[in-house]
Design a protein. Structure first.
Length: 265
């Protein structure tokens, strides 16, 4: 079997061409509203459900003359890490103390706003691993404007644990400031099949390749999680290419899954 020079199941594909499930469309619509209304927003989802791809796609849609995207991913993120990352972006050397760094950021933010500089869009990834003090700090980070609309949107992206954390009583002051959130689930069976065909088409492969029974088996094994779909399909394509096999059948998927189990021990 001949496969195009472009690998069909890789995260390196152009995010603007990614498959849009109903869940991804709804998530993108809410992310754009978070930006428009400068919300403290939350996007959660299972591991491999496509959160990072959505953020990449979101950033690719922002007008570079209007918005300045800031991506923060530190584990665990502390208040000083947070203000430090923002101040470095603003060209300011962060102070050591959190209180001073917060003051520096407040001054830099007001200066940016007064000068009409590009609007910030701040995303904290792996937000479920934020420190307790950082979760508490969020209420200050989005309240520079006397509890009116924030100067910038702040979007938290993380695994389902983030939703559980934000329901804890001790974080209620932060949770009350969340303007919008969305939880991303796996693709449906129909979407999984459409996703696989979409990825193959992107790579220039138009014939089916995966038999219908194979597609059903991929869904059953992945439960519609894109990263797992990619892993199964990539290995199945590799195996089929080595065997010069034109069609991937259900048994081929079963062998790939069995090999996964063996390799995991």
């Amino acid at each position: 079997m001949t496969v195009s020079h472009m690998q069909p199941f890789t995260k390196e594909l152009d995010p603007t061409l990614s498959y849009e499930s109903r869940g991804h469309q709804e998530a993108m619509a809410r992310l754009k509203l978070m930006i428009k209304h400068r919300h403290l927003g939350v996007l959660t989802g299972e591991v491999g459900s496509g959160k990072s791809m959505l953020i990449r796609r979101l950033f690719s849609t922002l007008e570079s003359a209007v918005y300045l995207p800031v991506y923060i991913s530190m584990r665990p993120l502390t208040p000083r890490d947070f203000y430090g990352a923002l101040l470095v972006q603003a060209g300011v050397e962060p102070a050591y103390s959190v209180a001073k760094a917060r003051q520096q950021w407040d001054e830099a933010l007001h200066a940016r706003t007064a000068q009409g500089e590009r609007a910030l869009v701040v995303v904290i990834d792996e937000a479920h691993e934020m420190s307790e003090t950082m979760i508490q700090e969020l209420r200050f980070a989005v309240s520079q404007n006397m509890d009116s609309c924030s100067f910038f949107p702040l979007i938290l992206v993380g695994q389902p644990e983030l939703r559980k954390m934000l329901r804890l009583k001790k974080y209620e002051a932060t949770a009350q400031r969340i303007g919008m959130q969305y939880h991303l689930t796996g693709l449906t069976k129909e979407e999984t099949i459409a996703y696989i065909r979409h990825q193959l088409n992107l790579s220039g492969t138009e014939r089916p390749i995966f038999a219908e029974s194979a597609l059903q088996r991929v869904y059953a094994a992945s439960q519609g999680i894109p990263r797992v779909i990619n892993l199964i399909c990539s290995n199945a394509l590799f195996d089929a290419t080595n065997k010069n096999q034109e069609v991937i059948e259900e048994g081929d998927i079963a062998r790939v899954l069995a090999d996964f189990e063996r390799q995991r021990g």
